[in-house]
Design a protein around this ligand. Structure first.
Ligand code: SF4
Ligand code: SF3
Length: 548
């Protein structure tokens, strides 16, 4: 296996024996094979689209397939085998449709269009040959990786939006165009770089679509205090990003005596007006994803994963029989809740019955965290914010969005937040917030010094806020604003957020805890020279740099 898609990749180079994330070699290889087959399907679908026809089934298949291969989403070998078998069938379907339409030149120039396995051994043999290392030139490999990982991020957000009934065919079309481009030997590094930026433009599009899906379904996030203690009832913990799953779960648990708590990236659900009506929506339990091996022990009730980030339980974990997955998440041995049929709901009754037999969660902390500062809420406070900037009460904003992770070096972000001068404000989104959202950082004239917009996709809100400030202050360039970007990344959704920011012209982003291993020296140079991208150093050095 060879995988270098996330920030925690082994030795900062690549996982070759087993993922640091726990992904076993066979699953890693089958993920590569699935991506390979989806490239072939995309070649055919692009051709079909040129003839004016869409196959929604294919769009869904590819979106889900990309999402399943995101870091920490799905570790279930059988699910990948089934998906690969489904890929053979779907590829035939598209070919047949092309034939029906009179296409006499269906391409067969690559085995991604024709190769098929009858046995698992054949799949596993092929899988070893089609991963990222099959591209020899390291710069082309790097750009192909960047494009593929950006597309995985697109797929994740597109799937959440689709679950709420919001779709944009152009986003599906771009994901497929991107997959096809990674097979094109004639594309130069410049042309691939252009596609990477185009991917960023679709990053903006997909985050805007998901924002529209979330806010038009559940209302605009508003300032909310979220309880981080516990009650005395049995409870279900819901993790991941999918708000539609949360809606189904809240509806089905109402009146059952079972409470629902959010975990990690589900925390921002509390900020939406539509979920406030549920009196059994009890609070948020724990911190970012990587602490789950401790926190799930004491939660006592079942845990539902709606997307990444799942950490394989340790062999002696007491909660392994309490985990359920749904959507693109999966893990061998954990019950998987099937997709809803169109117009219906998922059936969470099994989890609810399980919860009723469990003890209430053990309290691991007390208090509240405050969030809900997405674009509409910040616009409502715009006068206050603008006055604070004009008077000098707020000297600078720091966008500290993105992901959290296990690496010790990420203590940097807590120390950075603590050391920031009192006249600065942190704008955050994503699970990176857990590095500082429980610190007593105070407020500036009633404006909290940590403004949490929501999930990683709500980085879109931070962009909308920045563009609004640019307009209010009559500036020509987003980079003239008193905003610095110190972003933490871990998985591929952070890649699409980064590409979206680059597409919008944001310069001088600092990216940590380490720069991606998949950036070759030449590709990293392009990012440094054109966008001023930099890594992080020490808290003091970076602070001095940011504050000039
Ligand atoms: Fe390694 Fe990250 Fe890939 Fe897991 S997702 S195998 S940790 S690079
Ligand atoms: Fe976090 Fe996984 Fe990236 Fe959505 S939950 S930001 S790491």
């Amino acid at each position: 296996m060879f995988c270098y898609q996330c920030q925690e990749t082994a030795a900062g180079k690549g996982c070759t024996v087993k993922g640091v994330c726990g992904k076993p070699e066979d699953v890693a290889n089958l993920q590569d094979l699935l991506i390979y087959l989806m490239k072939g399907i995309s070649k055919l679908t692009v051709r079909l689209r040129e003839k004016g026809e869409e196959m929604p089934e294919v769009n869904k298949f590819i979106t889900d397939g990309l999402f399943m291969t995101i870091t920490n989403a799905n570790f279930d070998k059988q699910r990948f085998i089934k998906k690969i078998e489904a890929a053979f069938l779907i590829r035939e379907k598209v070919k047949n449709r092309l034939t029906e339409m009179g296409d006499t030149a269906i391409p067969s120039d690559c085995s991604c269009l024709t190769w098929k396995a009858e046995t698992l051994e054949a799949m596993e043999e092929k899988a070893k040959q089609v991963g990222v290392l099959s591209t020899q030139n390291e710069d082309i490999r790097s750009l192909r990786a960047l494009l593929t990982y950006g597309s995985k991020g697109l797929a994740a957000y597109a799937e959440h939006a689709a679950n709420l009934g919001f779709e944009d065919v152009e986003i599906y079309a771009f994901m497929q165009e991107a997959l096809v481009a990674t097979t094109n030997e004639n594309l130069s590094a410049d042309e691939l770089t252009g596609l990477v930026l185009k991917c960023g433009s679709f990053g903006v599009k997909v985050m805007a679509l998901l924002d529209k899906a979330n806010t038009s379904t559940y209302g605009n996030p508003e300032i909310t205090k979220v309880n981080i203690g516990v009650r005395n009832n049995p409870a279900i913990l819901i993790s991941g990003h999918d708000l539609r799953d949360l809606q189904d779960l809240l509806e089905q648990t109402e009146g059952t005596g079972v409470d629902v708590y959010t975990h990690s990236e589900m925390l921002p659900a509390h900020y939406y007006p539509a979920f406030k009506k549920y009196s059994h929506f009890a609070g948020n339990y724990g911190s970012a994803w990587w602490k789950q091996t401790e926190e799930f022990e004491t939660f006592n009730g079942p845990i539902l994963f709606t997307t990444n980030c799942l950490v394989p339980p340790r062999p002696n974990a007491t909660y392994s029989d309490r985990i359920y997955t749904t959507g693109s998440a999966g893990f061998a041995g954990f019950p998987h809740i099937e997709d809803r049929v169109s117009g219906g709901s998922k059936d969470f009754s099994q989890i609810i019955e399980h919860a009723k037999k469990c003890k209430a969660p053990v309290e691991i902390e007390k208090g509240e965290i405050v969030g809900g500062f997405a674009h509409a809420q910040v616009f409502a406070l715009a006068d206050k914010v603008v006055d604070a900037v004009k008077s000098g009460a707020i000297r600078k904003f720091f966008v500290m969005a993105g992901c959290d992770g296990r690496m010790k070096s990420r203590e940097y972000y807590t120390q950075f937040a603590e050391k920031l001068p009192k006249d600065t404000v942190i704008l955050t989104a994503g699970c990176a917030k857990y590095r500082y959202n429980k610190l007593p950082l105070g407020d500036i004239g009633g404006i909290p010094r940590v403004l949490d917009a929501g999930q990683c996709n709500d980085s879109y809100s931070l962009v909308v806020i920045a563009l609004k400030l640019k307009e209010i202050f009559g500036l020509n360039d987003i980079n003239e604003l008193p905003i610095a970007y110190n972003i933490a990344w871990y998985e591929q959704k952070a890649v699409i957020v980064l590409l979206a920011l680059l597409y919008l012209g944001v310069k001088n982003i600092h990216l940590g805890a380490t720069l991606p291993a998949f950036l070759s020296p030449n590709v990293a140079k392009i990012l440094v020279e054109n966008f001023g991208i930099a890594g992080i150093t020490t808290v003091d050095e970076d602070m001095a740099l940011f504050l000039g």
